[in-house]
Design a protein around this ligand. Structure first.
Ligand code: X2X
Length: 339
């Protein structure tokens, strides 16, 4: 058979119809006036997805079935990079993303992840529910995305490794570590003289398993729910940065919702975010025991050697320059002097 444009298109069309059929019949059952998709990168067992399910049920009930939110967890719709394009072009209506990854599109949103800036949750929520959060949300708005008022928690991040515990900054020298696809993460681990590799979360387990990298860094709730302990031996409590997920909406889809429905949806998303914060905080505080029982070897660290290395390498002054004096001053009001 010779491939002509016509039979190529016919073939593609037939395939597309066959694939779309089961989806369409599922959609046909939905009586909702607004059936929106919410995509994320985390396992179903993470509090993010547990609270999102409750949230979607509450929204369906409170809108009398007019707004349905269907959840696609575990990067089912693609990597973070893919899902970010989808929420921009309307392929999905909602997506939760780390501000530091979002920074590929909205550079200002890096500010919440500066290494060793926040020392505890008290500082984090004061800043994020206060002027620093408002500043980032405004910048996100300029990119035609809507960020809900309450950022969801990812947590303080810890470094895991299959080869050795990380005790001080010296141990990070030459260390092959996976980092999310994000300018800040790469810059920070370069400042430690590590060998950071940008890899989306949906490929992290296999990258660790096949030893493409020796380590990664994530909060304990993710290490546990994504079962990274199966492919990592050591966990070093570094708390080297805090990370959160902006709950993003496609602007057109958001504005299509009538005002009364929009406020029900926003109220429930923010309320679910507050519950998710409490869940993640208590999980991160309690999981060391559970992960130790599963065979991980923990060690504590002090921030000094790490923070000194970042200072000496010019990390803080570089990021102060990138983010601007105004935003940096806002951050330092919570974190204390960094640069
Ligand atoms: O990619 C990661 O490491 C994760 C799951 O923590 C984020 O989404 C930033």
């Amino acid at each position: 058979m010779t491939i002509t444009r016509r039979n190529l298109l016919a073939g593609a069309g037939a395939g597309a119809i066959a694939m779309a059929a089961p989806l369409r019949s599922a959609w046909a059952q939905s009586k909702a006036e607004f059936s929106y998709k919410y995509a994320n990168n985390l396992p179903l067992t993470h509090p993010m997805n547990i609270r999102a399910k409750e949230m979607a049920d509450a929204i369906l009930a409170e809108t009398n079935g007019r707004v349905e939110i269907r959840i696609f967890p575990s990067s089912q719709l693609g990597s973070d990079t893919d899902m970010l394009s989808q929420v921009r072009n309307g392929g999905v209506e909602f997506f939760t993303l780390s501000g530091l990854i979002l920074a590929t599109l909205v550079p200002a949103s890096s500010i919440t992840g500066i290494g060793f800036a926040f020392k505890d949750y008290n500082e984090v929520w004061k800043a994020l529910d206060g002027d620093l959060g408002a500043h980032v949300r405004k910048e996100i708005g300029k990119a035609n995305l809507v960020a809900m008022d309450k950022i969801w928690d990812n947590g303080f991040r810890q470094i895991t490794s299959s080869t050795k515990p990380i005790q001080t900054a010296d141990d990070l020298k030459g260390f092959k570590i996976r980092v999310p696809v994000s300018p800040l993460w790469t810059s920070m681990f370069k400042a430690f003289d590590s060998a950071p590799a940008s890899i989306n979360f949906n490929e992290v387990y296999s990258a660790l398993q096949t030893k493409i990298v020796d380590g990664q860094e994530n909060p304990l709730a993710i290490i546990d729910t994504a079962k990274l302990n199966e492919v990592q031996k050591y966990c070093s409590i570094t708390n080297h940065m805090w990370d959160g997920f902006w709950f993003l909406a496609n602007k057109r889809a958001w504005e299509k919702l009538p005002e009364n429905l929009r406020s029900i949806v926003a109220k429930n998303i923010n309320a679910a975010g507050m519950k998710e914060r409490a869940d993640v905080e208590s999980m991160n505080a309690g999981l060391q025991k559970g992960l130790t029982e599963k065979g991980m070897v923990f060690n504590n660290t002090t921030p000094d050697s790490f923070r000194d290395r970042l200072r000496q390498g010019g990390f803080y002054s570089e990021w102060k320059g990138k983010l601007g004096d105004e935003a940096w001053t806002m951050l330092e009001r919570y974190s204390g002097k960094l640069a």
